[in-house]
Design a protein around this ligand. Structure first.
Ligand SMILES: [Zn+2]
Length: 474
């Protein structure tokens, strides 16, 4: 009998998926709203429920109304009168005067609170205001919600779910599927092909679940910017992207029964990257593949004068003297720039992998959009001037044919007629132009490529399986 039970049990275990997947509707996630730009929010709602979350359930402590509602952290000294309920706290606050307002703690204790220099300091306080007057104070990780479960208007943006205060940024507490409705149209134009939008929804849902602990130390799961995934709230929702989220509901991408790190990017301009050539670690399913038909991959170019390049090297903490040239010194397996070397009068500096894109950020032009680029030098070549008290002669460096081990000029010595060294200085009036195609790190799914494949008739699962090698969708 025991053997039979064991046999049945082992069959059951064998049939169970390796990863237990909760229904998506069960998952409530926390998104750090870095794009709100602060911890105060001007609300467009005329009525808002204020309360706290306990065991994943929001309980409203009070509902406040006003023509110009806002929520912001408050600090300072306050006097406090205990109360038995919201109504009691309202009565006691009105007895104190206009500056007083009811206050509720996370434990549900009520009081009437009034600013008072002689009172006790109060921390972790959030003020719900109407104009400049406080309607309600709340102590702790307070949340607000639209009383009927509708959207919360926060400045020019709006959000489903709830907003939580009391951390370094405002946090949106929201069911994952509703969150995805604000991610897909922020990550991909909602007018693109529906199969591309479905692939985006599937990648975004998988990415979300894989990265739920990315901002654990910040008190939320993911941020709302490209560091995690772009999320612009309910105001960006579109019927097409809503349909894509709904059509893929419950589906994620797996490699050997494990959720994948479903990274994506705008366009590669020709071929995607192996993960190790970008981040140094290898994923079996993040392999380089050629693009089939990217829709309008970004074409870009940046021109830097040699003087600007010299400044950029210095801004990055290096010193190789006046920069004379830039050259691609290594390409990676995908044919993209794997090493870029900058040549200066006093030495060279080599950049590798994603360091290459970020390195140029100190200039006004910002970072390079991709590592799919070529380098060309233009303008007047660097030139040496020979001085003997006054300028005596000038030579274009190429005519002197003084080159270092790479393609750049590394050092020049000019001797005077008496054999002594003369001063020199390269003139930095030439320019280096970097011309590229594509936008982003190029690992995983190309968004422009997904749209291009969809227009050729590929379905979203085929698109996903093309960009993520050896995966399954379920
Ligand atoms: Zn992030």
């Amino acid at each position: 009998m025991r053997k039979i039970v064991c046999a049945i049990l082992s069959v059951m275990l064998a049939c169970m998926p390796a990863v237990t997947v909760k229904a998506d509707s069960d998952i409530v996630i926390r998104i750090g709203l870095t794009r709100l730009g602060g911890t105060s929010v001007a609300l467009t709602n005329k009525s808002i429920a204020v309360g706290f979350e306990k065991d994943g359930v929001f309980a409203a402590a009070a509902t406040v109304t006003g023509a110009s509602l806002g929520a912001s952290p408050a600090t300072g000294h306050y006097s406090r009168v205990s109360a038995s309920s919201y109504a009691d706290a309202l009565t006691k606050a009105s007895a104190i005067g206009l500056s007083a307002a009811p206050c509720v703690s996370a434990a549900g204790a009520w009081s009437a609170l009034a600013p008072d220099p002689a009172g006790a300091p109060v921390s972790a306080l959030i003020a719900i205001t109407d104009g400049t007057s406080a309607l309600l104070f709340a102590e702790g990780a307070v949340q607000i919600a639209e009383p009927d479960g509708g959207k919360i208007g926060a400045g020019s943006l709006s959000y489903r779910g709830r907003l939580e205060f009391g951390r370094a940024v405002v946090v949106n507490v929201i069911p994952m599927e509703e969150y995805l409705r604000g991610v897909v149209p922020a990550e991909m134009p909602a007018e693109w092909h529906i199969e591309a939008l479905k692939a985006q929804a599937l990648a975004a849902r998988t990415y979300t679940r894989y990265n739920l602990e990315k901002h654990l130390s910040d008190g939320y799961d993911l941020c709302d910017d490209v560091h995690c995934q772009a999320y612009r709230g309910a105001g960006w929702e579109h019927p097409n992207s809503d349909a894509a989220v709904a059509a893929t509901s419950g589906q994620c991408v797996y490699y050997r029964d494990r959720l994948i790190q479903a990274v994506f990017f705008a366009s590669s301009g020709g071929r995607t990257e192996n993960s190790e050539d970008v981040w140094g670690f290898e994923f079996d399913y993040l392999r380089s593949v050629p693009e089939i038909a990217e829709t309008d991959p970004k074409q870009w170019s940046r021109t830097f004068t040699r003087e600007q390049l010299t400044d950029i090297v210095r801004a990055n903490g290096g010193d190789i003297g006046p920069v004379s040239g830039v050259a691609v010194t290594k390409t990676d397996a995908a044919g993209r720039v794997g090493e870029l070397t900058i040549y200066g009068a006093l030495g060279t500096h080599s950049l590798t992998r994603e360091q290459i894109r970020a390195y140029f950020a100190p200039s006004d032009d910002g970072s390079l959009d991709s590592r799919n680029f070529t380098v060309a030098s233009g303008g007047a070549p660097p030139r040496v001037y020979v001085y003997s008290g006054v300028q005596a002669a000038a030579f274009d460096l190429p005519s002197l044919a003084v080159y270092g081990a790479g393609s750049g000029i590394t050092s020049v010595s000019a001797l005077g007629a008496n054999g002594a060294s003369a001063a020199y200085a390269p003139v930095l009036d030439g320019a280096v132009t970097i011309t590229g195609s594509g936008w982003g790190h190029a690992v995983g799914m190309s968004q422009c490529g997904a749209d291009g494949m969809a227009r050729l008739g590929y379905g979203y699962e085929e698109i996903i399986k093309y960009y993520y090698t050896g995966v399954s969708v379920k």
